[in-house]
Design a protein around this ligand. Sequence first.
Ligand code: ANZ
Ligand code: ZN
Length: 820
Amino acid sequence: PIGYDPTAIEARWRERWAERGTHRTDIAHGERPFYALMMFPYPSAEGLHVGNLFAFTGCDIYARFQRLQGHTVFEPLGYDAFGIHSENFALKVGRHPMELIPSNIRNFRRQLDRAGLMVDWSKSVDTTDPNYYKWTQWVFLQLYKQGLAYKKAAAVNWCPSCKTVLANEQVEGGACERCGTMVEQRFLEQWFFNISKYAPRLLENLDTLDWSATTKQAQRNWIGRSDGARLRFPVLDPLADAGSSAVSVTAEVRTGGTTIEVFTTRPDTIFGATYLVLAPEHPLVDALTTPMQDGAVRAYRARAAKQDLVSRKTSKEKTGEFTGSYAVNPATGEMIPIWIADYVLMEYGTGAIMAVPGHDERDFEFATKFELPIVRVVAGEGQTAKTPLGEAAYVGDGVLVNSGQFDGLSVDEAKVKVTAWLASRHAGDAVTNYRLHDWCISRQRYWGPPIPIVYCDSCGTVPVPESQLPVLLPNIPDFKPDDSGISPLARHEEWYHTPCPQCGKQARRETDVSDTFLDSAWYFLRYPSVGRDDIAFDAATTKKWLPVTTYIGGNEHAVLHLLYSRFITMVLHDGGLLDFEEPFTKFRAHGLIIREGAKMSKSRGNVVNPDEYIDKWGADSFRTYLMFLGPFEEGGDFRDSGISGVKRFLDRLWIAVRDRDESAAADAEVMRKLQATIKKVGEDVPALSYNTAIAAMMEYMNVLRKGERTPARAEVEPLVQLVAPFAPHIAEELWAMLGHATSVFDSRWPTFDASLLVSDEIELVVQVGGKTRGKVLVPKDVTQDAALAAAKADPAIGKFITGEPKKVILVPGRLLNVVV
Ligand code: ANZ
Ligand code: ZN
């Protein structure tokens, strides 16, 4: 027999695990708790994707390894099954999500079971289960109680095809990320969570977290802290001064009392602010627009209102309109025109800017197009106050010029001094601004938890009392969204008519459902407490198991999901419900599997169906192969050919254990290699360097089976434990074959004898033309050619080996002599 048959072995072990409860975590009593969390999947109709399996396997290996280290490991998994993905799919295939999603979940579960994950299925969650979303609604109420949930009318990105609001990050180049339709702007009354209030804390806490550096950076960028100033520009009485040329005025005398506040990160450039720009939606626009400019301003605002926010930020060609009014630059005392333009966004800062065309690229383009004055106020290396700006703004560092008493100060000094000066004149204050917007959680869709709010004519907005949760999502046939912008639930009087929880009079339920990101912003709190129907999460259990020890997931969730989860955790902490404020102590982002150089996707037709591979090769080979594709945090290229090599490795392992000689003494050389392998795998696995760990085990196998020798028991037994996290079924089989009655995962990771760890590498002295030029590190049994190659590759030595050497002499273990 040349190999083993995974089909029979794997099915048998899965049954045994289920019977013995091998994967059940003793939540109440387990010692040294270790919470290994993986991002839960959305149960798509296509079933499990290799990308899912790559991620889950990577987490599973980590978790199994921690169990072998003596931790009580909790590895839960569930389904993120609400939301637009599921709903759109249901619409596409003409089925109801309430019927479709459970069947998707069953199929997912079947596939997941075959992957051999150490998941404790007794603690699973399905976000569409009323027993789960009851608590999602409860989370909403906690925010409401703390004054962090509010309703406001807001401009939103609206996809006319998906008929829903999109977050900015769901808009790509002005089009809907899902369907490609051009996005419009609409005004809708929506529920928001005040996450921006938490921006400073969300930013500062990042320093305390052990997370992938790229993920932390993505969060920092998203939160987007800017230090700057709010400066106030008095508006001139429009009727008194419209049309006159720029002259010095005394602000106090001629202003009508209105001021325009701008946010700037460059207060040092205020002497170069030659005009102001307001966002077209700015509330002062109507008051500022003179009768002469009224028609043009109206037309411009109407056009801007149709555009989506993303293309407004990115579009190259500058457009705008003059309001007809002027303000006073508080530094120069000059009157400067007030414009509106769509490159200024209402959502950021104050919705108004001071334009400094000399030193800001966008302002430069705008001023050039509309022939507005451009003044230099910063001079870089070799420049003076008089150096013309030429074709572009000067955005570099330097010293101030044309800036009165501040001339000669560096940009950084001037930022502080100019702000202080303006503050002393009541014209501004230093402020820190954050890009982070409040989180819009309303969705005018069907497939989500109804927002637990009732509107009553007498009592106003009334939160649904906790005792009345869940607000059940009704089963309605007409769940399809339409153009009206209101939720499908708003068509069902029989559902939304409800007695007011306060006064009992007839009232109306909120008909929007909440964002799927809310479902996933707290699911990790629920897992350990699944089964407790009286509470979202049990205090003692939570104290024991949380924060999550290690979280593994995709970098596509680096920003939103992880940020929202952190926010919700902080809010619950502030409400006295949690004693920690960061949910994920350690987070690692896994890489992506690509195929033939392209991301796997259905549209490219290059999706790998894991079922086929598992049928043919077994889950153990498939898992190990996935981990062998490349560094786990980088991912790799999936090729059909590679898996046979991994299967061969497991075959050889099986044969080695089966054919071992129980009475043979272990070979010293093999045992030395084994020590090195135990050490390496034990270091690589916790570092998620799975591919190198597998390579090390394969290398050991070559030593073990050199010349088809029969191994001794001591040479193979620890190897079975090393392989176990990767290939759990065969490891259990072999562990039993070695005479153990209990699971290999209840054994302890093998230790190694450091005294046996001799280095296989030596330092070789290299002489070139009779002179010693350095040393190279080479394998003990290096060949002359390989030693020469190593010498050439060393820059300090290689530079002396010019041309073909006349002669090369290797003194093994000591010296390489190159005659040139
Ligand atoms: C004057 C100035 C001079 C600026 C200069 C830049 C360079 P960050 O760093 O991203 O925070 N700005 C402020 N609010 C804006 C809005 N609502 N829409 C569009 N742009 C806005 O950017 C801050 C800078 O972006 C601010 O500093 C402002 O332009 C602009 F040489 O003010 B600055
Ligand atoms: Zn009422």
